[in-house]
Design a protein around this ligand. Structure first.
Ligand code: ADP
Length: 443
């Protein structure tokens, strides 16, 4: 059969949640595909996607770009290989979608119609995650991108199905249990810029978690602790969450200042419990935010609690047995004020600086945070990237939210707050304009 093996790369920021796979012209030719055709993607699991042509920079790289949902559907990670072939997609007569286990969702009266319009002409395979954009606030929303992951619990017929106008789409509010995929969580598509930094974290964390035998064979110790340092709001937490999610590792989070307790022994006890839980549920990532607040240089230490917490942390890190299977990622804004004892070999001996994004990075971050937003044609993200010199990711996120609020204020006079439903025609008309961003920038 006509098929190729390609390496998985992350999706372009604008492609996320759209069920698209990007292939280069050679591959398209080889598989006799045209843009818009449907392909099967086989990793540990099999899914389908619609083909688009890759940008020139990706030509002849033997890669396929797919987003985090499609990667979960095919059960592959970035850098792994998948088999690609043209799919025989049949028109779907019926598709039943339900939220994953831990989610609770309430669908409005026209939700099924809205969902269908979003996924029209897309392929779906039973057991796939189907990300759906929500126009309203939703408790299960992933932070950026605003997609709600639903699971295709049933399709008729089975196999690769194409959603058409005639497909009957049914939404169930009852969450489906026993599905491993949840679609939740941060993926590398949610991080703008930081390309080299992501690559380094992947080498230090993903590699030893996924392939411990490589380290064994070469006789090198996988890192135990990685220190991310840089200004606040640049994506350190985001990066740690993405690595955990993409490696399917359990994620444990410790907020530095919160673990310092005034009750004798309580902080140490908490630390111990977290490390024990992580070892039990390995592979695991323990993320310690604001490391400098619990482990400042000893000469700076004023409190007895901090001293004991540092000692405990050192003990726990030195005691980690499952090398490479539990990795501690810590973040700090002030690398110089971290206790040097923690930066010795076997502890936080790898450091990655997470800096303020440059213009290209800012544009990517803008793309990510406006992903689900209806932008007017007069909004040029590249221009906005130029105008936001000095902004970090968190600033850009606030800017996009503020612009959306400005747009909302323009429509408020048309909204009757006593009415339960807002007319769909009004929702359809709502857009965010350049003036909204301008207004938000000037505040
Ligand atoms: P840090 O841990 O470095 O202080 P966070 O990762 O908590 O920063 O960032 C806060 C929020 O800002 C994130 O949830 C995200 O919405 C946004 N953000 C920060 N950096 C980036 C980035 N590089 N790309 C996309 N969003 C970002």
């Amino acid at each position: 059969m006509n098929e190729v093996q390609l390496e998985v790369a992350k999706a372009y920021p604008n492609d996320s949640g759209r069920g698209i796979a990007r292939l280069d012209p050679d591959t398209l030719l080889h598989l006799k595909l045209s843009p818009g055709d449907i392909i099967e993607i086989e990793g540990s699991d099999t899914t389908a996607a619609k083909v688009w042509r890759a940008d020139r920079q990706d030509w002849n790289t033997d890669t396929v770009r797919i987003d985090g949902f499609t990667r979960q559907n095919a059960d592959v990670g970035i850098g792994e290989r998948v088999t690609i072939r043209k799919a025989e997609a049949e028109k779907a007569d019926k598709l039943v979608l339900a939220p994953p286990e831990e989610a609770s969702v309430q669908f409005g009266s026209d939700a099924a119609g809205m969902v269908k319009r979003q996924i029209l002409k897309r392929p779906v395979v039973e057991r796939d995650i189907v990300p759906v954009m929500s126009s309203t606030n939703h408790p299960f929303m992933r932070s950026p991108g605003q997609a709600i992951p639903l699971i295709a619990v049933e399709t008729e017929p089975e196999g690769v199905c194409l959603i058409t106008e005639d497909t009957e789409v049914e939404l169930r509010e009852e969450p489906i249990s026993g599905f491993e995929k949840t679609g939740g969580g941060i993926t590398y598509e949610d991080i703008g810029g930081l390309q080299n930094e992501i690559q380094r974290v992947r080498e230090m964390v993903e590699l030893p978690m996924k392939h411990p035998q490589i380290f064994k064979k070469l006789g090198i110790e996988p890192p135990q602790g990685v220190l991310l340092h840089g200004p606040p709001g640049t994506g350190k937490t985001l990066l740690a969450k993405a690595v955990a999610n993409e490696t399917s590792a359990s994620f444990f989070s410790i907020a530095g200042p919160e673990i310092i307790s005034k009750y004798y022994g309580e902080s140490e006890q908490q630390l111990r419990e977290i490390f024990e839980d992580a070892s039990e549920e390995s592979p695991a990532i323990i993320f310690i935010d604001e490391l400098d607040s619990i482990a400042p240089k000893r000469e700076d230490v004023t409190g007895e609690v901090e001293r004991r917490v540092v000692a405990q942390l050192l003990t726990m890190m030195d005691g980690l047995e499952s090398r490479g299977q539990v990795i501690v990622i810590a973040a700090t804004n002030r690398v110089d004020s971290v206790d040097p004892a923690l930066r010795r070999p076997g502890r936080f001996d790898r450091e990655i600086e997470i800096g303020v994004p440059d213009e290209v990075g800012r544009e990517e971050i803008l793309q990510i945070h406006t992903r689900g937003m209806p932008l007017s044609d007069d909004v040029t993200l590249s221009k906005l990237a130029t105008d936001t010199h000095g902004f970090v990711g968190a600033d850009i996120e606030s800017l996009t939210k503020e612009a959306a609020m400005k747009a909302l204020r323009r429509y408020l006079p048309e909204i009757d707050l006593d009415e339960e439903d807002i007319p769909p025609s009004l929702i359809d008309r709502m857009i965010i304009k350049r003036e909204d961003f301008k207004g938000a920038l000037n505040e």
